[in-house]
Design a protein around this ligand. Sequence first.
Ligand code: PGA
Length: 252
Amino acid sequence: MRKKLIAGNWKMNLNIEQSEKLTSLILEKLNEDIFNKTDVVLCPPFTSLFNVHTLIKNSKIKLGAQNIHYKDEGAYTGEISASMIKSVGCEFVILGHSERRQYFYETDETVNLKIKKALEFSLIPIVCVGETITERESGIHETVVENQVVNSLKDISPDQLKNIIFAYEPVWAIGTGHTATPIQANSMHRKIRTVIENLYSNDIANTIKILYGGSVNEKNSADLFSQPDIDGGLVGGASLKPDSFTEIILSA
Ligand code: PGA
């Protein structure tokens, strides 16, 4: 039985004060029992990681970053390393988000390097994959996602794969209010499991967590999370609203 996981991706939102306020509200609303069923991860911007960690470190909420560089250190102005986010208390890192691919030219190749670097520092990568609307309309969405999964897993061992989470985020559903239907989402999750089964084993394909992301809110989350292959959500916009976010967690 795969435990559900809900991750809040705050993107480039909230300064330190706003981040602390949101974290405190989420902490107030969540009862300890919830963590037996569901893991909760907050992914604030880099500048808020330390302060959010200070607030959640005695709770069961976990911390994640939104990106890392694939090098250990060096002359990469403006970048953040795996060691840096680890030292501020992160256990997770979102990698290959479609906004990173679209605006910052990330490729499957850099995502693969980043996954390896994250694993080296015992960080759990949440690897995002997903097709654009044009790709879906031309019927190549499964191939696009399959390639993203295969390429991002290049030279990753079965043991390493056990520490990776995937997030299926159709680009057309992110921040648009157009959620994939539970059937559409589950069918892509199934496809991802089949790809992993072919690359590794049936066992690993059944153990790996696959989250859904793209306009998840408190109204659609229960239906999405009740699908057999959907193990939780990567939530953007709704994770900035304490009431919506906690309702989404409860629905898992
Ligand atoms: P959204 O974002 O929930 O605002 O659509 C999800 C994501 O980009 O991770």
